[in-house]
Design a protein around this ligand. Structure first.
Ligand SMILES: [Zn+2]
Length: 267
């Protein structure tokens, strides 16, 4: 993997497509070329491994894009693939990376495992010269996990590099999500944020607390909206009032988020 000295003009910055971008001594990222309103600049595939070796654990092979998976496989020897959660922009590449590397694929949800056991909360994994702890962080989805390294945390979509996370109405809940943010603020102190989308951040705990504050503000706004609209207002009516400031194309996502907040407030 190229060090900073190999790059004319200094370190590579996010977003960098098509190149492996070093972030910490043991973590680098390959950004998939799948930008979109729900993926920001695209999905981050994280490569974790000791310096001086080609071995890398792959966290989230990313979307089902041939070129992206081929780049990962060209850049590293892969002994293990880990999955942060079920969304297709993180898991679509599983069949190809499993076929090309023969590495076991492990996720919390057995449906996404290939030749490996489901992940367990608190489990310590050692591979490619690094050690990490699996921490379940449900909320964005029920099967979301974060991976805690010595100096960084891979957060999947639980915390993003910018903006906020959507609670997936299929199986995510705001109650779980708030508890997961608290958990990340406990385990992430002083550790770099390695998110599923967007740029990496200086401190995972700080990011978790900022997300907590933002959620609390939105909850207060939704409570306020219910006072105006009546206690049984629809999610869309609340969106139109509370999210008036955001792009209308984001309303479906906001509606999901508001639905999660209403479920939380009404439960
Ligand atoms: Zn996701």
């Amino acid at each position: 993997m190229a060090g900073d000295d190999a790059v004319p003009g200094g370190p590579i910055e996010h977003p960098a497509y098509g190149v492996v971008r070093p972030v910490t001594d043991t973590a680098s990222v390959l950004l998939a070329d799948n930008p979109g309103k729900m993926t920001l600049d695209g999905t981050n595939s994280w490569l974790l491994g000791a310096p001086g070796s080609r071995e890398r654990i792959v966290v989230d092979p990313g979307p089902r894009t041939r070129a992206h998976i081929d780049r990962i496989v060209d850049a590293a020897d892969v002994p293990l693939v880990l999955i942060t959660h079920r969304h297709h922009d993180h898991t679509g590449g599983i069949p190809r990376i499993a076929r090309l590397t023969g590495a076991p694929v492990r996720a919390l949800n057995p449906k996404y495992c290939r030749g490996g056991e489901p992940l367990r909360d608190g489990e310590v994994i050692e591979a490619a010269g690094v050690r990490l702890t699996v921490v379940t962080t449900p909320g964005h989805t029920a099967d979301s996990v974060s991976l805690v390294l010595d100096d960084a945390v891979v957060t999947g979509d639980t915390i993003l590099g910018r903006g906020t996370t959507v609670i997936d109405s299929r199986d995510g809940t705001l109650g779980d999500y708030l508890a997961s943010l608290d958990r990340l603020s406990d385990v992430g102190e002083g550790k770099r944020l390695l998110p599923g989308h967007g740029p990496d951040g200086a401190d995972t705990a700080e990011a978790a607390r900022a997300y907590r504050v933002h959620r609390q503000q939105r909850l207060d706004q939704v409570r306020g909206a219910l006072e105006t609209l009546g206690a049984d207002a629809s999610p869309l009516a609340v969106v139109k009032l509370v999210y008036a400031d955001i792009d209308k194309r984001l309303w479906p996502a906001a509606r999901q988020s508001v639905k999660a907040q209403l479920d939380y407030l009404r439960s």
